[in-house]
Design a protein around this ligand. Sequence first.
Ligand code: OSB
Ligand code: MG
Length: 372
Amino acid sequence: MKVERIRLMNIRMPLVSPFETSFGKETDRNTLIVAISSEGLTGWAESPTLSSPLYNEETTETAWHVMKDFLIPLVLGKEFNHPSELPKAYKAIRGNNIAKSGIEGAFWDLYAKARGIPLWRAVGGTREKIAVGVSLGIEPSVSVLLQKIERYLSDGYRKIKVKIKPGWDVDVVEQIRHEFGDIPLMVDANSAFTLNDIPLFKRMDEFGLIMIEQPLEHDDIVEHSYLQRELRTPICLDESILHAKDAKNALDLGSARVINIKIARVGGMSEAKAIHDLCKVRGVPVWCGGMLETGIGRAHNLAIASLEGFTIPGDTSASSRYFKEDIIEPEVVVEDGYIDLTTATGRSPGIGYKVREDRLRKWLVREEVFRA
Ligand code: OSB
Ligand code: MG
């Protein structure tokens, strides 16, 4: 199929409540939506950038620039038989993985629609029910966090992940265990600690967490192996894994026993699949992380999460956990801790969800159309 037309949109949509991590606070989603059209069909995806370069080096502005001035010129007007061919077209462009992921993703949806099959089937998914958890930010007080945990547990969520940072760490975990007992619990530090904190992690080790996500520096693999040696709790890497090769190095070194796979962070669906395949061969469990995506990015996350190796509930929560109203129809719903792909949506070609143009317009910041 020929890439005839690419539509790039920047939307800014409020979150239902601010999301605070060790690196900063998000109050709205300043994100990019990509649509690729060919032969009368349109494929949709999201490049879920953040406003500031605090999670990775990208921002909504840099991703717009890299897509407009570099990635789009390399794919526009070209013929591709399969979405995995797109990364080859822009192989010379370094980094900028979130920008890349939206371009490849839109072609994946287009490809699945052209074949008349659901996206999750097109990527090779086999799981029909996706188990989900929820990622909870740093709150003004522990009691506010405990109330939120209670709500999500009663909604059926199958994993609770809480953000930690120095000063909001072991004591918080202790209070959660005290209140809720043996729930499936993990923490995510977003790189806020160093090897000087080994004593703190040894205390953390006593609480039977499912895993500790990205405790050390965002670009580290070696020091995580030193920390992992000291702990029984598995370390999970997020920020440090940008390619399948990073995952291989981390597993070879013993830096992690679990990998968080985010399509955006690794530059697209093909690389995400490659990491899944590598981990499956090595018997390493993976799960699908999130970037507070709108329904469009969320649909892609559900597709990758349907692959066999995604054995741990992901961060792909319901639309209502993030937004008052999502930009897709129907919205993503969680029932008894699962998102069901056997519904009409899950059987429809491509992402399965209908994109709400009226809502895109409502939150639109800017838009540009590129034609071959
Ligand atoms: O570290 O996993 C992370 C959100 C934005 C940036 C980084 C992270 C997160 C989350 C939220 O943890 C996951 C989600 O619910 O989408
Ligand atoms: Mg993380």
